[in-house]
Design a protein around this ligand. Structure first.
Ligand SMILES: Nc1ncnc2c1ncn2[C@@H]1O[C@H](COP(=O)(O)OP(=O)(O)OP(=O)(O)O)[C@@H](O)[C@H]1O
Ligand SMILES: [Mg+2]
Length: 114
């Protein structure tokens, strides 16, 4: 179970403020496959990076299986990340495998799901 609660992310530089993610709430239930689609720059990658706190949200909370990631210590977060599979956009896919085989290869899901 994955829950994003009221997630916003603002990048601020000297000359500009970019709201990359604006007040997103998503509940993904166990065994549910959830797609996030949007134009280039819509904030998809930022939201996914927030999902394991590679990026900290400016506002909001993330729960993985009831565990609130945003309140964990560094050590607890490292341990929690062992259970979160992530495939980055531009590399790491095995080109001669199918999408399903890539997911099976790269994500630490229980065998019962396959
Ligand atoms: N580290 C950063 N600093 C400043 N702005 C950023 C940063 N990362 C992303 N952005 C900006 O946040 C917005 C969302 O970017 P993001 O990469 O999440 O979009 P995306 O939906 O994944 O796009 P794409 O489909 O091209 O991969 C964009 O305007 C982007 O320029
Ligand atoms: Mg992206």
């Amino acid at each position: 179970m994955i829950r994003f609660e009221n997630i916003s992310k603002v990048y601020q530089s000297k000359n500009s403020i970019i709201e990359a993610v604006s007040n997103v709430t998503i509940h993904v239930k166990e065994r549910e496959i959830y797609g996030i689609i949007g134009f280039s720059g819509a904030g998809k990658s930022t939201l996914l990076r927030i999902g394991n706190l590679l990026e900290k949200p400016s506002v909001g909370k993330i729960y993985m299986n009831q565990q609130p990631l945003t309140t964990l210590s560094k050590k607890e977060l490292r341990e929690a990340r062992h259970k979160i599979g992530m495939i980055f956009q531009s590399f790491n896919l095995v080109s001669n495998k199918t999408v399903w085989d890539n997911v099976r290869f790269l994500c630490p899901l229980p065998q019962s799901l396959f």
